[in-house]
Design a protein around this ligand. Structure first.
Ligand code: NDP
Length: 326
């Protein structure tokens, strides 16, 4: 059946300016790392993408290696674009990245100009697009000069294959240098994509301050710590959950009793606020104006809908914040 988007979709979402750029992103964006590969059900993935768009999610985040197999999330997203969303391309922000292992040999990963630009061409081909909105260097490469990696991002923008440049997983000192290089090249960095959640707070040690100072946006990935912050692992590993699947992204042994203790205590605060734990974990990130967008994953429509309800959350009281820090 042909898809007609919900007319009032933009009334359901709030949009936040990405650093000091002209671009606004939805408070919640959808990532396609898991659940949209060839190992997953295409129609379920399509439904989630279209529901997200209906709810005002304009930003979809991909990378060359999302699947599995690698590349298949981009191909499947490309199919949905072609079938359902081609008329809405100008209402979408689509990102992709290169940095992790993609093809064999010395030109299939990390941060050389050779790899980044070839990978971007492959991503565009898989998605059937002439350009992406954001092209990221997925991780810092210690063996390639930053000028070369940033030069490749900058060329992607100058050649029209990407509208903006971004970096992901860069530590603070490397991010600072990358911003200066990109600015000098006339293609200022739009956004940094770090891991950030109630359980992973390294960005608070300086990166967030740097982003604010430099006018660069922040999109927080794995905001639910891959599901741990939903409370789903409090009584074991549920069947079908990420930790039960063989991808290795979330290993059972990495869900520690210490984390589960915190989750148990935080759940009580969420209950009192009238939110689910996952909603509170998203609201907690969005209370910081330096966070432009929270980049969630969703395996089912229900998960997406539950998480989206965090937009309407009440502000945190001082007492709640203290309880969560304790
Ligand atoms: P989350 O922390 O949001 O985890 C998402 C997973 O948690 C879902 O797939 C689902 O897993 C579970 N979940 C979500 N909501 C609920 C709910 N309400 N109830 C129960 N379970 C729920 O994010 P991801 O780790 O998936 O990362 C999000 C995006 O961030 C990625 O798609 C990608 O775009 C980006 N990313 C970027 C990285 C980078 O290096 N730049 C690295 C990692 C992610 P299940 O049901 O299967 O258990």
């Amino acid at each position: 059946m042909s898809y007609i988007p919900f007319e009032n979709r933009y009334g359901q979402m709030s949009y936040r300016r990405c650093g000091r750029s002209g671009l606004q992103l939805p408070a919640i964006s959808l990532g396609l790392w898991h659940n949209f590969g060839d190992v997953d059900d295409f129609s379920s993935g399509r439904e989630i993408i279209l529901k997200a768009f209906d709810c005002g999610i304009t930003h979809f985040d991909l990378a060359n290696n999302y699947g599995p197999p690698y590349g298949s999330a981009e191909s499947n997203f490309g199919k949905v674009l072609q079938q359902d969303l081609s008329a809405y391309r100008d209402q979408l922000i689509i990102s992709t990245k290169a940095g992790y292992d993609m093809w064999p040999g010395p030109y299939g990963n990390w941060g050389s100009r050779k790899y980044l630009l070839a990978s971007l061409d492959q991503s565009l081909e898989r998605m059937g697009l002439p350009y992406v909105d954001i092209f990221y260097s997925h991780r810092h490469d210690p063996d390639t000069p930053l000028e070369e990696t940033m030069g490749a991002l900058s060329q992607a923008v100058h050649s029209g294959k990407a509208l903006y440049a971004g970096i992901s997983n860069y530590p603070e000192d490397k991010a600072k240098k990358a911003f200066a290089i990109l600015r000098d090249m006339g293609t200022p960095c739009l956004i940094h994509q770090p891991k950030y959640s109630m359980l992973e707070r390294r960005v608070e040690k300086g990166l967030l301050d740097l982003l604010e100072k430099e006018g660069v946006g922040c999109i927080a990935f794995s905001p639910l710590a891959q599901g741990i912050l939903t409370g789903k692992y409090l009584d074991g590993i549920p069947e079908g959950s990420r930790a039960a699947r063989p991808s290795g992204a979330l290993r059972r042994q990495n869900i520690t009793p210490g984390e589960l203790d915190k989750v148990r205590r935080w759940k009580k605060v969420a209950d009192k606020r009238g939110q689910t734990l996952s909603q509170m974990a998203i609201s907690w990130l969005l209370k910081d104006p330096r966070v432009t967008s929270v980049l969630i994953g969703a395996r089912t429509l229900e998960q997406l809908e539950e998480n989206l309800r965090s937009i309407a959350a009440p502000a945190f009281t001082q007492e709640e914040l203290l309880l969560l820090e304790a």
